[in-house]
Design a protein around this ligand. Structure first.
Ligand code: PHE
Length: 505
């Protein structure tokens, strides 16, 4: 047994300098010796140091010649001692490859006369190639020229040999003690537990993987993120975490429990003209049943119609015929800003109080699905309604909000939305990708939207929106949204993906 041999050897000797030599000396397979060394090392019976050597091993062809002789010698021996043999006859006696290689090598060595008839030129030859190959098999070192010629004939290839040198370790003993892994009833009855040596617990060992439900990355990304950022000791899932951020900033949640919305609340009340391309069925899912809304606040509809057609409040409006039928059409909401609009309308009816609102929910867009777009996604939206707010307030609240998501470097770019002026796209510097990435859209709601609702003139509303999917894709390095969301998601992705901490300094 290799284990006994190694431990026994170390009882009287300082070191086993080379596991390879040790194996051949004691008649073990080197592999077996290596396995024993690893195991003994694990229990600190021995200390083992890696050693590496470049060595040569025979190729399959080399092995064949080491056993049967080189092709040139096989060919030579097939030629009669006296007289000659026809080349055709000779070919029949040998394997095709042996014949071919043998002819050229034996010719080069001037061992035979090669013509139609083949005859010997020398009496006796030595099989140097075979001898060299056997010496390599035995692990002997050869001279450079011999190595090069065998290498050129592809009879040997280089191989890194790995072994160990071995010394006694801190737990060395000449034989391995059997350690008990469990304390049994019998141990207690017999009383032998007093003598038994117990295996130590490995508190670093990984337990078996838990067969349980796993959080989707959309949920998980944010957990890791926010736990880290906010030092939250626990958290349920992304929505809850985002809610926590909004709640800490004094925002109230808006009710988003209606995927179906009328065009009026989704577009018209937001001063989005009826010819706007986003209102086309290419961009919006319209409902067939029920295709129209049952009721709208009539007084307000009139004011919205007027602001579209002829403006007011210092605006010229869009100067077109606003159609009620268009506003009645039901659709799947394309943004949660529809909900914000309903909420602002309700707010404007009350005596004025400043408000901070937020929502996180699903929206739908009739987009062709590709690597970065799905027909539905989750929108996070926040708004602040107060007197005298400025663009500076918007920038301030965005910095506050996004820094709590781990995105503290922001930049803003002027943009256009029908319902906000000014509008800004939000970019964040991604430390992992080393570039600026767009993460959201924002702006100040237009007077054409707020004043028909009945707000006092000095009331301003600043607002922003972002998708939940986009930052998650960036954080997880997912480049295809279909890998993240929808029916094509690989379920093992959910199990494998760690909590994401990208974006955190
Ligand atoms: N509704 C916008 C969107 O869908 C987001 C947004 C919300 C922009 C509020 C400005 C203000 O992209």
């Amino acid at each position: 047994m290799a284990e006994k041999a190694i431990l026994g050897y170390l009882a009287t000797s300082e070191e086993i300098p080379d596991s390879g030599q040790f194996a051949s000396l004691h008649g073990f397979q080197h592999n077996d010796v290596v396995n024993v060394i690893k195991s003994l090392h694990g229990f600190r019976y021995i200390d083992a140091q890696d050693i590496k050597r470049e060595s040569w091993v025979l190729t399959d062809e080399g092995k064949k010649y080491a056993a049967d002789g080189s092709p040139e010698v096989q060919l030579f021996l097939a030629v009669p001692q006296e007289g000659s043999i026809s080349k055709d006859e000779l070919q029949k006696k040998l394997e095709p490859s042996v014949f071919k290689i043998g002819c050229s090598q034996a010719g080069k060595n001037k061992w035979v006369d090669m013509g139609k008839q083949v005859s010997r030129k020398v009496q006796h030859v030595e099989d140097k190639v075979k001898d060299l190959l056997i010496r390599i098999q035995k692990g002997e070192a050869l001279g450079k020229d011999d190595i090069n010629s065998l290498k050129a004939r592809k009879l040997i290839v280089a191989q890194t040999w790995k072994g160990y040198s071995v010394k006694k370790g801190p737990n060395y003993a000449p034989t391995r003690k059997k350690v008990a892994t469990d304390l049994t009833r019998e141990n207690l009855q017999r009383g032998d537990w007093k003598e038994l040596e117990f295996k130590e617990y490995n508190f670093n060992a990984k337990g078996p993987p838990a067969e349980a439900g796993h959080l989707h990355p959309l949920l998980k990304a944010s957990i890791g993120h926010y736990i880290y950022q906010l030092r939250l000791a626990y958290g349920k899932y992304v929505k809850q975490q985002l809610k926590n951020i909004f709640l800490q900033l004094g925002f109230e949640e808006m009710p988003t429990n209606n995927f179906v919305e009328s065009s009026f609340w989704n577009f018209d009340a937001l001063f989005q003209p009826q010819q706007h391309p986003a209102r086309d069925s290419h961009d919006t899912f319209f409902l067939e049943v029920p295709s129209t809304t049952r009721e709208l606040p009539e007084d307000y509809v009139k004011l919205v119609k007027r602001v579209h057609e002829s403006g007011g409040y210092g605006s010229r409006g869009y100067m077109y015929d606003w159609k009620r039928e268009e506003a009645n059409k039901n659709l799947l909401r394309t943004h949660t800003t529809a909900v914000s609009t309903r909420m602002l309308y309700a707010l404007a009816k009350q005596p004025f109080t400043p408000k901070r609102y937020f929502s996180i929910d699903r929206v739908f867009r009739n987009e062709s699905v590709d690597r970065t777009h799905l027909a539905e996604f989750h929108q996070i939206e926040g708004l602040v309604c107060d007197k005298g707010l400025t663009l500076g307030d918007l920038i301030g609240v965005l910095n506050d909000f996004f820094s709590r998501l781990g995105m503290s470097k922001l930049r803003f770019k002027p943009a256009y939305n029908p319902y906000t002026e000014p509008s800004m796209e939000i970019f964040s510097y991604h430390e992992g990708l080393k570039k600026w990435v767009e993460i959201g859209n924002s702006g100040m709601f237009r007077p054409e939207m707020l004043l028909p609702m009945g707000f006092p003139e000095d009331v301003r509303v600043i607002a922003w929106g972002l998708s939940l999917e986009r930052p998650t894709m960036i954080l997880y390095g997912v480049d295809n949204i279909r890998d993240l969301f929808g029916h094509k998601v690989d379920l093992s992705l959910m199990k494998r993906n760690p909590i994401c901490r990208l974006g955190i300094d």
